[in-house]
Design a protein around this ligand. Structure first.
Ligand code: PLP
Length: 365
């Protein structure tokens, strides 16, 4: 029996009674789009993050797109972010007509290098998107410092970091705006697509609410030009169930990471570092090896499925070669892409199975 690297179905099984009740409640209500479930989820998620307001939207990509649009970013503007991320971070920048400027990451945290940010800023720069990768916050203090000096906005990509903290406060509340994805495998996952924008600036969140539904303040009257990127009632109801268990699920992920850390210390792979500035929520448990492909095959032969997040950095993807950032431009990112391997990590993974995974890794010499 293969141990998967992620298992969203296990979350359904774990909370089946509550999830089935929520589904029935929405189906019987007759209200399926932007109703009481979305409103309640927005309030509960904003409170969880410690933000003034949240707006439920169609996906994580759309959360970034809407946040940038709400900040007034568009054609002629540049937005700095990393190439070591999901392609969604970069496609969201282009969706609002701005130009992505891709920079390198810090070799310890794998997140935006503040020095590289400084070097990537031009007179056209309007925003920076730090990505809180694998469940760990980027080093926000120096990033916020650069942004304040330059007068640019900070849009946090929190798609992999629901509940992670930086200096004791949750991610998404440090910058101008925080963007979340509820893709099923994320720490807070829906059973379909979904996303949210949170902000400590209630007016900014309100602008996102207008943009996500044709700019309507009142039905059929577009006060600004928006589009359709709504969270639906079913997903919101299911997210409310899962949000109530997020702390416990993140604690399980942290315990599994502790187990991996103990069993793999001194072994054949480099382990992820938990930076001293915050609490990692281990969306992914990513190890490194110079023999990554061999290790992946070795583990597969022993019933351990692994992932690679991500095998080709954004600047080396065929679609983005036009950004003019070729091979060799981002050495830390490129080295990571060749060495990283995501071991199985999800709250329902048993300690026994995690032990099997660790034993298999240690057999690789
Ligand atoms: C998942 C993810 C996104 C995109 O979210 P979707 O809901 O799939 O659109 C954006 N950024 C990062 C870092 C992600 O991991």
């Amino acid at each position: 029996m293969t141990i998967p690297w992620a298992n969203p179905q296990a979350a359904y099984v774990a909370y089946q009674v509550e999830i089935d009740a929520a589904l029935r409640r929405v189906l019987q209500s007759g209200c399926y789009i932007l109703g009481p479930e979305v409103e309640a989820f927005e309030a509960e998620f904003a409170a969880y993050c410690g933000a003034a307001a949240a707006a439920g939207v169609g996906s994580g990509t759309e959360a970034l797109h809407l946040a940038l649009a709400a900040l007034g970013i568009g054609p002629g503007d540049e937005v700095v972010t990393v190439a070591h991320t999901a392609v969604a971070t970069v496609s969201a920048i282009e969706m609002c007509g701005a130009r992505p400027v891709l920079v390198d990451v810090d070799p310890a945290s794998y997140t935006l290098d503040p020095q590289a940010l400084r070097a990537g800023i031009t007179p056209r720069t309007r925003a920076v998107i730090p990505v809180h990768l694998y469940g760990q916050a980027a080093d926000l203090d120096p990033i916020l410092d650069v942004a304040r000096r330059q007068g640019i906005a900070v849009v946090e990509d929190c798609a992999q970091a629901h509940g992670a903290t930086y200096r004791g406060r949750r991610v998404g509340t440090w910058g101008d705006v925080g963007c979340f994805s509820f893709y099923p495998t994320k720490n807070l996952g829906a059973f379909g697509d979904g996303g949210a924008v949170v902000s400590c600036d209630a007016a900014l969140a309100e602008r996102v609410r207008l943009l996500r539904q044709y700019g309507w303040r009142e039905r059929y009257t577009s006060s600004i030009a928006g589009w359709n990127s709504r969270l639906d009632e079913l997903q919101a109801a299911l997210l409310r169930v899962r949000l109530a268990h997020l702390e416990e699920d993140n604690a399980r992920r942290r315990r599994l990471a502790g187990l991996y850390g103990g069993r793999l210390a001194g072994g054949p792979v480099a382990l992820p570092a938990e930076m001293p500035y915050g609490e990692h929520v281990y969306h992914l448990y990513v190890v490194r090896s110079a023999w990554r492909d061999e290790l992946q095959r070795f583990l597969a032969a022993r019933g351990v499925q692994t992932g690679i997040h991500y095998p080709v950095p954004v600047h080396l993807q065929p679609a983005y070669s036009r950004l003019g950032c070729g091979p060799g431009a981002l050495p830390v990112t490129e080295r990571l892409a060749a060495e990283i391997l995501s071991l199985p990590m999800f709250p329902e993974l048993s300690a026994d199975d995690a032990g099997r995974v660790a034993a298999a890794v240690c057999e690789f010499a």
